[in-house]
Design a protein. Sequence first.
Length: 165
Amino acid sequence: MAAVAAATAAHAAALMSDRSDRLARMLASKREEIFAVLRREFGERLAEDALTSQDEKIEIGDRSVVVLGQDLELERLEMRRRELRRADEALERLARGSYGLCDDCGAEIAEERLEILPFATRCVECARRKEIEDKRVEITGRGFRAGFRDVREDAEEEGIEEGEE
């Protein structure tokens, strides 16, 4: 009986190791992909800046279009940088042994989910629950209106009808 339990435990450990290896390869590949895109886009951005800084004769309207385009490019680069940071955080979780585990319930996150969303920190069920909670907060008006009461509620409590005072 003990031999069967030991063999089962060894098999489970081997499966976990295989999963960790697959996830590590997937994360490293995703990080490299993001880094390559970021490097390419940043290089293109620098080249565009060099060209536009040399053209002194751009009219004000054209300059505003150029500036808008630059703002959009910078935002896109910032999005890539955040994505790279999330990849690094996922690699840190992998090193600690917590990558692929749900932050809320501790269950394993399905590999299919991690392939699609490599930086997922919640299983599907907990992510769905969190999304519902966030929607509820949005619908009930907590946030901006938190702590404020509707004046009409005060009037109703005091028994004052509209137009009476």
